[in-house]
Design a protein around this ligand. Structure first.
Ligand SMILES: [Zn+2]
Length: 118
């Protein structure tokens, strides 16, 4: 929501629900920018297994279960990114931790620049 509002205010127009021309894109990107042939995923650090991130810590109980689950998510994400690139999309990621109050402005500005420069 924060990301959407910011990018919209920057004049960047996007589609939601991971669709483009009525077709669902791999991994259902959070934002699709047809004009820039760019998609953005806003990934939660835990569910998407953000490496070396303090928000990605496996719970102490059922560790093996969670490890397998998150690794499965990471694997699926990677496959989706490859498919999108093969279809000619630029894939940008934003992690939850990058949207913490202290980093938010910097992250969003950098994201807008990356979309516009592509
Ligand atoms: Zn993170």
């Amino acid at each position: 929501m924060i990301v959407r509002r910011f990018l919209h205010a920057q004049g960047l127009r996007f589609r939601l629900h991971g669709k483009y021309r009525g077709k669902k894109l791999p991994g259902k990107p959070d934002l699709v920018f047809p004009k820039y042939r760019t998609v953005v995923f806003v990934n939660g650090c835990f569910w998407h297994g953000h490496q070396h991130c303090r928000y990605y810590r496996l719970p102490k109980t059922r560790r093996a279960y969670w490890k397998k689950k998150i690794e499965g998510n990471r694997h699926r994400d990677a496959q989706n990114y490859v498919r999108l690139v093969e279809e000619g999309w630029n894939v940008l990621l934003v992690w939850g931790c990058e949207l913490a109050a202290a980093k938010r402005e910097k992250t969003l500005n950098a994201l807008a620049l990356r979309i516009l420069k592509i």
